[in-house]
Design a protein around this ligand. Sequence first.
Ligand SMILES: C[S@@+](CC[C@H](N)C(=O)[O-])C[C@H]1O[C@@H](n2cnc3c(N)ncnc32)[C@H](O)[C@@H]1O
Length: 236
Amino acid sequence: MAGADERVDATAAALRGVNGYWRALDADDIRRGEHRTMVGSMWDDIGRLQFEFLRAQGLEPHHRLLDVGCGALRGGVHFVRYLEPGRYCGLDANASLIEAGRHELVGAGLADRGARLAAEGDFNVEVFGERFEMAIAVSLVTHLYANHIQTCLSRVAQSLAPGGRFYVTFFEAPRAAHLAPITHAPGEITTHYANDPFHQSFDELATLGARAGLRATHIGDFGHPRGQRMAVFHAD
Ligand SMILES: C[S@@+](CC[C@H](N)C(=O)[O-])C[C@H]1O[C@@H](n2cnc3c(N)ncnc32)[C@H](O)[C@@H]1O
């Protein structure tokens, strides 16, 4: 049976040519803060944005929160500070970004808050053995092919508490199968139907969600500085 490290290696290999997140940072890279650039920079703005957004959506300190594609905890440091100890679970395919996340927690004085982090490929969120009231994926599906998004939604659906919600940011296309590139404002990021960074229509995402037993609603503009939009998937 494949161990966790082998699964991560397999995912890292699969990510090569799909997105730029397979590179392993070493301890010096992390000390220099390269992880902050690797996850897209705007460390303070996008970290705080996702925290304030979920607070406005009703996140409470006792909630269990799953952060899928948590990277180096750009949002995670805010969630860990706010939630009761042990309530934050973050998962990412890149083990070195998880290591950078631990480094950030130490720097923020949050190492003792019981954050649970997993370097897991293939969205094996069941490693946490939890049912989550809320889950979030910021700038994750923007880097994933549809079959990976389906895997993500299907696995997260199994780990949501009754009434749980999964918030997902995406670059929005005006219609399904929108083959032409789109340049989004603000931020001037150009996205593609079949290459990273990806765009989808809300209906395309909702269809993937329905196959996972999740009902999607469109939130849209939530103040993302690079024009990403928000969708939410409900387990009901
Ligand atoms: C743009 S970063 C965003 C990270 C974090 N959500 C944030 O806001 O800083 C995208 C993250 O998705 C992760 N990722 C990409 N493909 C993944 C996969 N198949 N499974 C889990 N994580 C993945 C990358 O390793 C990276 O950390």
